[in-house]
Design a protein around this ligand. Sequence first.
Ligand code: URA
Length: 211
Amino acid sequence: MRLHVADHPLIAHKLSVLRDQSTDSARFRQLTEELVMLLAYEATRSVAVEDKEISTPVTTFTGTRLAAPRPVVVPILRAGLGMLDGMLRILPTAEVGFLGMVRNEETFEPSAYADRLPDDLSGRQIFVVDPMLATGGTLAMAVDFLLARGARDVTAVCLVSAPEGVERIEKDYAESANVEIYTAALDEKLNDKGYIVPGLGDAGDRMYGIV
Ligand code: URA
């Protein structure tokens, strides 16, 4: 497992506004999209490409295009949905699979309530998007779903991560898969309610309101 923590002043600035409790939902969603685009630029660094002959107005030229098969972006519902548009602006030809997961707020254990993924993910580059990597339980469950369908390369794009979650993913997937995590920040810890500290609160609630 490889962890990449962003080190860029624009990301730090936007993330600070996102964390601020006075930031409203509309601005929160807009900042999330902007942050995802900045993170996606790095997270897609090893996306597969191939040569493509093109004609410019001046000459012919061997250019570059994304190679088949198309990458797959997998938002984890609900909060991951807020990161989908940003990923698709960077990877417009990606296929999209959905995983719906909810965390039990007492045990912090996730359970899956929706699974719309391609049946065969072998050879596909997968980008899982979920803003908060807290205990790592949800991401581990998502990675297990993906591995069960033949995936081997999974890149998680997160906004805020806790050391506890990163350690769990590191331990669980040391051997079995190539998992990379791109995060805008690695925070201090989890509190006893399973929230990331300093964090930004409940990302889904802040994006969409409390349900
Ligand atoms: N999920 C959230 O939305 N926020 C946290 O701090 C932890 C998990």
